[in-house]
Design a binder for this molecule. Structure first.
Ligand SMILES: *Cc1c(COP(=O)(O)O)cnc(C)c1O
Length: 393
C-alpha cells in the first residue's frame, strides 16, 4: 500500500533533495524541525566564503539589510497569499508575537480584553499573560476545546481589542476557520492575530483576501529554515501606519544611518524591525520556499492531507488501543496527528533507537508531523508499524 502511494506521488521527486541520515528510517517530526535541503548547505557555505568573506561590510548595502523583506515577499507570494510589503523575517516568533500584540492593543486603546485559547502554544499564552499584566488588560480564555467559531463568538465582545489564535493547533492539529473567525472579530471591532507556526508552508492561507490583520510564524518547521531560524511577521498594509511596536531599535527607524536624536518609525513593514537582521539564519528557508513554489502550495496541501489520512488509517488498523486526538475530517486538520496511549512515554526510547522519530507530548501523546516534500508514505508505515510492534499489538 505505502509503495503504491509513493509510486503515485507527484511530489516524490522532492524527497531526494533533502539531507538524509540512513539511520533515520522514519522522520515524523518535520513539524518541529524540518529536514535540511542539500541546496541549503551549498547556499550557506557560498554565503560564508563569497558574501561574508568576500564582500565584508559592503554586503550590508548589497542586499543583506533588506533580505528579510525580500524573503518575506517571497514567502507571502508562495505560501501566505500576501502581496509584497507586508511580510518580513525578523526575530523569534516569541519576540515578534510580543511586538505585534503590543502594537495591536495600543491601536485599540479604548478596549481592555484579549481573546486566546488554553490549548494555544505555551509561548503564545505566556507572552499574552505578560502583556496583560504589563498593560492592565484582561485575558478572555477559551477554556476548553479547539478554537471553533462558536467558542470564539462566546468570548468576543465590545471590550475585545485583539483575538490571538493558532491556525493549526500545535497539539490536536485542529485547523481553525481563519476567514470566519477573522470576520467575526472585525464585526466586534477587534483586531486578529493568527499564529501560523504549524501551517506556514503546508496549509495555504489567503491572508490578504481573508482580511487578516496580523500574523506571525516559525520558519524552522514546515519552512525548513534550520534550528532557531528567524520567524516572520505579517502586518496588513492598511494597518501599518497605525501600528507602533514597542522595541524601538535603530533598524526599525526611518533613517537608521543618520544616527539622529529621537525615534521615528520607518514606514511600512520595516517599522516592525528592531535590530540587526540575523542574515545567516535566513538563508536556508529560501531553498524551501523555492521548493514549495516549484511544487505549488496547493499540491503540498493535497499530499499533506493524503499523508495524514494514511497515518490515521494505519493507526486505526494497527494500533486500535491508541486514541486519535486529532480531527478525522481532513478539512479540520493540519499536517500532523496526535495519538494518545498510556504507554507511549515508555516506548519512545525504543522508537528513537530504531530510527523512528516522532514527537512525544506529555502526558501520553505521540505526534506524527508529516512534511509533504520530505516525507514518504513508506516512512509513515514504518513509523506506525514500529509503534504497534513495541506496544505488542
Ligand atoms: C513552535 C511554535 C512557537 C515557537 O516560538 P519560538 O519563539 O520560535 O520558540 C510559537 N507558537 C507556536 C504555535 C508554535 O507552534
Amino acid at each position: 500500500m505505502s509503495q503504491s502511494l509513493d509510486a503515485a506521488d507527484t511530489l516524490a521527486r522532492f524527497r531526494d533533495r533533502f539531507v538524509r541520515d540512513p539511520e533515520v528510517v522514519a522522520y515524523l517530526d518535520g513539524n518541529s524541525l524540518g529536514r535540511p535541503l542539500a541546496a541549503s548547505i551549498a547556499r550557506v557555505s557560498e554565503f560564508m566564503s563569497g558574501q561574508w568573506g568576500g564582500r565584508l561590510i559592503r554586503g550590508w548595502d548589497e542586499g543583506w539589510l533588506d533580505l528579510g523583506q525580500r524573503i518575506g515577499d517571497d514567502l507571502g507570494r508562495v505560501a501566505l497569499g500576501a502581496a509584497p510589503g507586508q511580510t518580513t523575517i525578523g526575530d523569534s516568533t516569541t519576540v515578534l508575537l510580543y511586538k505585534l500584540v503590543r502594537a495591536a492593543v495600543a491601536a485599540r486603546p479604548e478596549r481592555s480584553e484579549i481573546v486566546i485559547d488554553r490549548d494555544n502554544f505555551p509561548t503564545d499564552r505566556y507572552v499574552l499573560e505578560g502583556i496583560a499584566a504589563e498593560c492592565g488588560l484582561t485575558l478572555r480564555w477559551i477554556d476548553a476545546g479547539d478554537a471553533t467559531v462558536d467558542r470564539v463568538a462566546a468570548v468576543l465582545g465590545e471590550k475585545t481589542a485583539l483575538v490571538v489564535l493558532s491556525h493549526v493547533a500545535y497539539r490536536s492539529g485542529y485547523l481553525a476557520d481563519v476567514p470566519a473567525i477573522t470576520d467575526l472579530a472585525h464585526e466586534a471591532g477587534a483586531l486578529v492575530l493568527w499564529d501560523l507556526c504549524h501551517s506556514a508552508g503546508v496549509v495555504p492561507t489567503r491572508l490578504d483576501d481573508w482580511g487578516v490583520d496580523l500574523a506571525v510564524g516559525c520558519t524552522y518547521k514546515y519552512l525548513n529554515g534550520g534550528p532557531g531560524s528567524p520567524a516572520f511577521a505579517y502586518v496588513r498594509s492598511e494597518l501599518q501606519g497605525g501600528m507602533r511596536q514597542p522595541i524601538q531599535g535603530w533598524l526599525g527607524s526611518g533613517t537608521p544611518f543618520e544616527m539622529g536624536q529621537g525615534y521615528v518609525a520607518a514606514p511600512g513593514i520595516r517599522g516592525m524591525l528592531s535590530g540587526t537582521p540575523p542574515v545567516i539564519g535566513m538563508l536556508a528557508m529560501r531553498d524551501m520556499i523555492a521548493a514549495i513554489e516549484e511544487a505549488g502550495i496547493d499540491a503540498v496541501r493535497v499530499k499533506s492531507v493524503a499523508l495524514t489520512e494514511y497515518a490515521i488509517r494505519l493507526v486505526d488498523e494497527l494500533v486500535p488501543s491508541a486514541v486519535l486526538s486529532s480531527p478525522r475530517a481532513a478539512a479540520e486538520r493540519g499536517s500532523h496527528i496526535t495519538i494518545d496511549h498510556p504507554r507511549f512515554e515508555e516506548i519512545m526510547p525504543a522508537l528513537w533507537e530504531r530510527g523512528v522519530i516522532p514527537d512525544f507530548r506529555r502526558p501520553t501523546g505521540i505526534r506524527l508531523g508529516l512534511s509533504p516534500l520530505s516525507t514518504s508514505f513508506d516512512e509513515v508505515r514504518i513509523g506506525v508499524e514500529a509503534i504497534a510492534e513495541l506496544l505488542g499489538e
